[in-house]
Design a protein around this ligand. Structure first.
Ligand SMILES: [Zn+2]
Length: 157
């Protein structure tokens, strides 16, 4: 094990905001000096070469190499959240009076499949279409959440 600098320089430490325990075991940090460079609490040492990839990028590559199933976990999380967001979007469209015909076309599936998947009772959490401001906030929240998940999936959060 290598320990990060004890000087409390949080700017020089990196963590993947993954929430996946095997990835949580890796914390990156910088070692100063001519022989310095990126390092990890697991003992990995990166290349101090100034013309190489950015030091945090080297460390990020190390983590994805050390935890090869990490993208699977991250994308499974994205898919799970995207399904929730899709269901919420369908509920919102239903609340606003969209037909199953329109919803199924938008989702790229048959009307029967759309109804089978989302035909349950509407939940109370869906804002009323009579309140446009709440509605807009709800919509913005869904979109920003989806963007955040995709951003994270690409490994740049
Ligand atoms: Zn590591």
């Amino acid at each position: 094990m290598t320990t990060p600098p004890a000087d409390g320089d949080r700017a020089a430490t990196w963590r993947l905001a993954a929430g996946y325990p095997p990835a949580d075991d890796h914390e990156g940090f910088l070692i100063g000096g001519d022989d310095g460079g990126p390092a990890c609490t697991c003992g990995w040492r990166g290349d101090p070469e100034p013309d190489g990839p950015d030091l945090p990028v080297q460390w990020r590559r190390h983590v994805y190499s050390a935890v090869p199933e990490l993208p699977v976990w991250e994308l499974a999380e994205v898919v799970r959240r995207a399904r929730e967001l899709l269901e919420q979007s369908v509920q919102r469209a239903r609340t606003r009076g969209a037909s199953w015909e329109l919803i199924s076309k938008a989702a790229g599936i048959s009307r029967q499949a759309a109804y089978a998947q989302w035909g349950g009772p509407l939940r109370d959490a869906v804002p009323s279409p009579g309140d446009p401001e709440t509605y807009q906030a709800f919509s913005d929240e869904l979109l920003s959440e989806a963007r955040r998940m995709l951003f994270h999936a690409r490994g740049w959060e």
